[in-house]
Design a protein around this ligand. Sequence first.
Ligand code: NDP
Length: 255
Amino acid sequence: MTVLDSFSLRGKVAVVTGGSRGIGRALAQALGEAGAAVAVTARTLPPAERAAEELRDAGITALPVSLEVTDPAQVDRMVESVTRHLGPIDVLVNNAGISIGRPALDTPDEVWREVLATNLDGLWYCTKAVGAQMVARGGGSIVNIGSMSAMIVNRPRWQPAYLASKAAVHQLTKALAAEWAPHGVRVNALAPGYILTEASPVDQPEYREWCVEPAAMKRYGLPEELGPAVVFLASPASSFMTGSVVVIDGGYTLF
Ligand code: NDP
């Protein structure tokens, strides 16, 4: 196999949760361009359908699925639907997530629970359901979208719930990587810095001071700049990598 061949996902089936927009949409495109058939999920069907249609226009086999990741029954239905329409899942990208930034004492318990339920419980349900299939088949690659916020406190954007959820994602990545390595299932994480999406705080006057100036490269990343790394982690190009956290942050965490 040549180096270039090792990045190919031809004949593989990938799922990107939260693939309707932002980072997930770009990751779905990258996986599709590498040859995978891609299921894109969103909480309701229309945004997933729009994303799938755009992917199909680019020559990619794409399946829209509605999925609320906090509901394990919906997760089971998603796995069943993808398997029936596209085949068994080879690649799972756990991307669906929310970020609510509030100082600790202004964070109601409901907000804490919503952030943890989406970013951690949701990822757990998807990983367990797809991981069971991968372990039974003896192979697969899971890529969790963590964050540089799992490793640093990006002051003054206080986001205790978000930081706690992403730190847990990084450690869960390592726990499952160790447990499932004997079954041929690799589990890695990507830790992005600030990436320009609808979730970015560009409406706030301090956003340059928070998100741009502290990065060595002095700019936001773009969603498509994460695509190649996800293809790498999903494909045989990273066959000896598991339990790793790949940081892509324009040098934000250097200081
Ligand atoms: P967006 O808000 O642009 O997109 C979020 C996606 O997740 C949407 O497709 C949304 O679907 C889906 N989603 C949200 N909640 C749920 C839920 N409960 N169940 C199912 N799907 C859900 O976010 P980003 O693209 O910016 O972020 C994507 C991931 O990257 C997140 O995990 C985030 O924490 C992480 N990240 C982002 C960074 C950034 O700077 N943007 C930096 C580091 C990490 P729907 O269409 O239904 O709303």
